[in-house]
Design a binder for this molecule. Structure first.
Ligand code: SF4
Length: 657
């Protein structure tokens, strides 16, 4: 073992941390309040308790969680699964493990899905979904048609060498991919062969929270949840991801494709059923304006009486088996083994499975595609994230659930059904107070009955005050695309003195990335304005440190449209947690989006930024209770008069060196 240098040890003993943590904490000094964060996590996990902890950016949550958990994992022979959303976050885990490795041996790996690791040209060309790719991969391997797998099987010298390296120190998925390309070895198989040796694995939420993927993954790891310390980063995303995992949909398009598929393979009964069902769903959705909750038994009755399917379950199982047979034939023909018949069968079987479960609703909706043609779908919408999270949280050794925006912690713990004994902790902010200016403007709101041209003009006036008093870049995040478009049609762009970069609805991630890059570059040359939406790609997933965004304007509260599914969500929570339905189902999701947008400019301890809420509703004590304290501390209330906001912001930035 490499002992830490004496000088380091000396410096670190000044940090108030348990001795076992100091063995792993690789830095000479802790950031403000970082030691509280680490000690809380270490104590909870040592007592085999879960911990729900809010800590802002800049606190160093990744290294804190790792150095708090690693001594326990090593002592008890446990694995740490660190789940996060993006590859960048996964790679950050490996970066920190490397810092630890300089003083303690530790192994770790960040892993990507087969889709991103596969090198086979045929498989890559097919752009298969993950399930189909798995089947294609198995076939290619069995037939000896994947040279990258042949090199794995041959256990070539290069393969063994790479295995040994991975079992010795931390590696990123991207590095493995690059090295494997060079040696013509399948990176997916290589990673699979070494994961059971890694102490820490950084991976996406799906590996842990999707029950099917989890069981295959744990089998390969040769372990079970009891031997896992689970760290969930950016955990504010988890409730939404959990309901997405257990929801399903079936569109008219899929029904039409299934009809053609059944016809091609000669299954007349399925062809007739798919046609009949498509016509019925088309008729049903003709009668609704946008979306409606439907009685699942009504659809079942239509299938039984109008469709003459006497035993629906048996028929759906028959469809499922036919779908599997079709997949096999497609595979043997070297085609994409995707079966639409199978997709309908899976959806309808789930429809039957959830028919009497009140944590699901069934929704029919009508919409128009890009060509202006009518499209429609049926959905099984999950309302309860705990159905997905609780089976994990209740079995792991301990869970560390962390994010910069988790308040109120009790609400989060209830919604995801964390164990009763879970420790709740709000870490103090590491940001110096003088680095952050925050304010709420009175006299403005995006509340539905106040959306008038006059209101938008007042908002544009306030936005201009911010933009013109900000040294370089300003971000504006509107409550919705409707509000964003209203700002544009009321002349926002024409009134701005800096160039505008604007997010558009339906924009591809590549286009969006380009706009964001161009905007960021303006931070070093005079400044610009970025206009996007709260809850969008940019306001949730992009960091703007330094001059990339000096000020942010949060325009309005992003409450969801009160659609039938939103109302059903509120009712569901109201039944589960009396008096909390509106808060959990309506207020919390909106406030999460607003807080994410508000935090964009302040990403590191050195950042200095102004956060402006353009909606008087943010000034109430209730709304403030959902916003992290580093934002609400010292928050100014700006009266409904022009000029005050610009004076405040000018003053703030002129005091910064
Ligand atoms: S063995 Fe690897 S490279 Fe070959 S098809 Fe499967 S995932 Fe792709």
């Amino acid at each position: 073992m490499n002992k830490p240098k004496a000088s380091q040890t000396q410096a670190k003993t000044q940090i108030k941390l348990p001795a076992e943590v100091l063995e792993y904490f690789p830095y000479n000094a802790a950031r403000p309040h970082q030691d509280e964060f680490i000690a809380t996590v270490n104590k909870a996990v040592n007592e085999r308790k879960s911990v729900l902890i809010e800590g802002s950016n800049g606190l160093g949550k990744t290294i804190s969680a790792l150095s708090a958990c690693l001594p326990i994992a090593t002592k008890k022979g446990l694995r740490i699964l660190y789940v996060a959303r993006t590859h960048r976050q996964h790679d950050r885990v490996i970066d920190e493990l490397r810092a630890i490795y300089k003083q303690r041996p530790v192994t770790g790996i960040s892993i990507r899905g087969r889709n991103e690791m596969c090198l086979n040209v045929f498989a890559a060309k097919g752009a298969f979904d993950s399930k189909s790719l798995m089947e294609v991969c198995e076939l290619l391997k069995n037939k000896g048609r994947c040279p990258y797998y042949t090199n794995v099987e041959r256990r070539s010298y290069e393969y063994i060498q790479m295995q040994q390296q991975l079992a010795h120190r931390p590696y990123m998925g991207s590095e493995i991919l690059r090295a494997c390309k060079k040696q013509e070895i399948c990176p997916y198989e290589l990673v699979k062969s070494v994961t059971h040796d890694a102490r820490v694995i950084a991976l996406s939420y799906l590996y842990v929270f999707d029950p099917q993927i989890r069981s295959a993954f744990l089998k390969n790891l040769e372990t079970d949840l009891q031997k896992i310390i689970l760290v969930v980063d950016e955990a504010h995303n988890l409730p939404e991801t959990a309901v997405d995992i257990s929801s399903s949909q079936l569109s008219l398009f899929v029904l039409r494709q299934a009809e053609l598929e059944a016809e091609r393979f000669g299954y007349k009964d399925i062809e007739n059923f798919a046609r009949f069902f498509r016509v019925e769903i088309d008729k049903l959705t003709d009668k609704i304006s946008k979306e409606e909750v439907v009685d699942p038994n009504l659809i079942l009755k239509i299938i039984e009486s109008e469709g003459s399917i006497v035993r629906p379950r048996e028929f759906f199982i028959h469809m499922h088996e036919v779908g599997l047979a079709i997949k096999k034939v497609l595979l043997s023909e070297g085609k994409n083994p995707r079966s639409y018949v199978n997709a309908i069968a899976d959806f309808l079987n789930k429809w039957l499975d959830t028919i009497y479960d009140d944590s699901y609703i069934n929704v029919a909706s009508k919409y128009y595609n890009k060509d202006g043609n009518k499209a429609a779908k049926l959905e099984i919408v999950a309302l309860d994230p705990a159905k997905i999270t609780e089976p994990v949280f209740s079995q792991t050794y301990a869970n560390v659930i962390m994010s910069g925006t988790l308040q109120p912690l009790d609400a989060y713990a209830h919604m995801t059904k964390l164990p009763e004994s879970t420790v709740r902790f709000l870490a103090s902010s590491p940001f110096p107070k003088e680095h952050v200016f925050s304010a709420v403007c009175l006299g403005v709101s995006t509340s539905m009955n106040e959306r008038t041209p006059k209101m938008y003009q007042t908002m544009i006036g306030r936005i201009n005050e911010v933009v013109n008093s900000t040294p370089t870049n300003t971000g504006i995040f509107a409550a919705s695309f409707q509000v964003l478009n209203a700002l544009l049609s009321e002349g926002l762009e024409q009134q701005l003195l800096k160039p505008l970069y604007c997010e558009k609805s339906g924009m591809s991630s590549k286009e969006n990335e380009k706009i964001v890059q161009n905007f960021k570059a303006c931070g070093e040359k005079g400044g610009a304005v970025f206009l996007g939406v709260q809850g969008g790609r940019t306001s949730e997933g992009v960091d703007f440190p330094g001059n990339q965004m000096n000020s942010v304007v949060v325009v309005g509260v992003p409450y969801a449209e009160p659609t039938p599914r939103v109302r059903a969500q509120i009712d569901y929570y109201e039944n589960r947690f009396q008096g909390r339905g509106r808060e959990y189902g309506y207020v919390l999701p909106a406030m999460k989006k607003a807080c994410q947008a508000a935090g964009r400019p302040i990403r590191t301890l050195e950042d200095k930024g102004a956060i402006i809420f353009l909606d008087y509703r943010y000034a109430t004590a209730y709304t403030k209770s959902f916003i992290p304290s580093w934002v609400t501390n010292g928050m100014k209330i700006i009266p409904d008069k022009p000029g005050i906001l610009s004076n405040e912001i000018t003053h703030f930035f002129s005091n910064q060196t």
